[in-house]
Design a binder for this molecule. Structure first.
Ligand code: SF4
Ligand code: SF4
Ligand code: SF4
Length: 303
């Protein structure tokens, strides 16, 4: 059905409002750019500490505290409290790397998107689970070694991976720290001059390759990074399954037309969840399914 594929007016309005909120959040998270405050917010988002940030993503702080043998109470509290109440809400409404993916999606909206099946979504999510588990194991190992007084040895052994193992490879870190620094100091042209290519650190090439790979993935799979890879999404997804706030269906109004599933940017199989509450690791509480429903059956639910 043709109308099925057209975004409805209310859905379009919601998506515009969400993008405005995401942009406002981006500036709130980078207040140092306006010389206001510094690193006072710890949120479950994919945002590293940068020269401009007034915030830091919980997973980045978690790695740093573990590696320094400090009990990571603040990032854990950030995950548990925000995830327990709002689920993955910040993924839809506040994460700068989520905004980046939405902008890439908008710019490349003419490209035919690939919609993975539910089972593909779930199996590919295991990549993110491996990255998350592996990173936490490495950070814990480093922290224990530091606690035992072997900091110099372990620092020498892990090099760039010592403080925040995942940050070294994360495309969000590349986007928000490496690229601004390269551009800010005007070294871009110098760095990539043919005669200088051989002297570029191999790690920079790897980071560049991951960044480009992530962009290609995002172009073809909307929010692909959020679905399958991002450790914050992995952790918050598990908490989101049990969060206080989420969406649900009014079973007396629902006619099982499936439009809500069609518009869901995260590919959540809404109808396969109990009507009273969609409890999916993938749901970001973006709320797109609410205005998309002709029968007003989708609702914001508390508890
Ligand atoms: S899952 Fe996506 S939106 Fe959520 S923190 Fe990660 S990158 Fe950001
Ligand atoms: S909740 Fe609404 S959009 Fe979803 S299947 Fe039911 S009637 Fe259709
Ligand atoms: S189920 Fe609804 S609120 Fe959750 S991600 Fe999909 S469209 Fe957004």
């Amino acid at each position: 059905m043709a109308w099925h594929k057209k975004p409805k007016t209310n859905l379009t309005k919601l998506r515009i409002v969400r993008m405005i909120v995401q942009i406002i959040m981006f500036f709130l998270l980078n207040l140092v750019f306006f010389e206001i405050g510094a690193n006072w917010l710890v949120l479950p988002i994919n945002m590293p500490q940068t020269i401009f940030s007034s915030s830091e993503g919980s997973f980045f702080l978690l790695q740093r505290m573990l590696s320094r043998a400090i009990i990571p109470l603040i990032p854990l509290a950030s995950f548990l409290i925000i995830g327990g109440i709002f689920g993955r809400l910040f993924c839809a409404w506040g994460c700068p790397f989520g905004l980046f993916q939405d902008i890439i999606g908008l710019i490349t909206s003419w490209v035919k998107k690939y919609e993975p099946t539910h089972s593909t979504n779930n199996s590919m999510r295991q990549i993110g689970e491996l990255i998350t588990g592996g990173t936490l194991l490495i950070s814990t190992f480093i922290g224990i070694s530091v606690g035992l007084g072997n900091q110099a040895d372990v620092e020498a052994a892990f090099g760039s991976f010592f403080e925040q193992p995942w940050a070294v490879l994360s495309p969000a870190v590349f986007l928000f720290t490496a690229i601004p620094v390269i551009v800010y100091w005007g070294v871009l042209g110098e760095l990539f001059r043919i005669e200088n290519l051989g002297s570029i650190d191999i790690l920079l090439w790897i980071r560049l390759a991951i960044f480009i790979g992530a962009i290609i993935m995002i172009i073809y799979i909307p929010r692909g990074w959020c679905r399958w890879i991002c450790p914050v999404g992995i952790i918050m997804g598990r908490l989101g399954e049990h969060s206080l706030i989420g969406v649900g269906r009014n079973i007396t109004k629902c006619n099982h037309c499936g439009i809500c599933e069609d518009v869901c940017p995260m590919g959540v199989q809404i109808l396969s969840h109990p009507a009273e509450r969609v409890r999916s690791v993938h749901c970001t509480n973006c709320l797109d399914c609410i205005p998309a429903c002709d029968e007003d059956a989708m609702e914001l639910k508390i508890l």
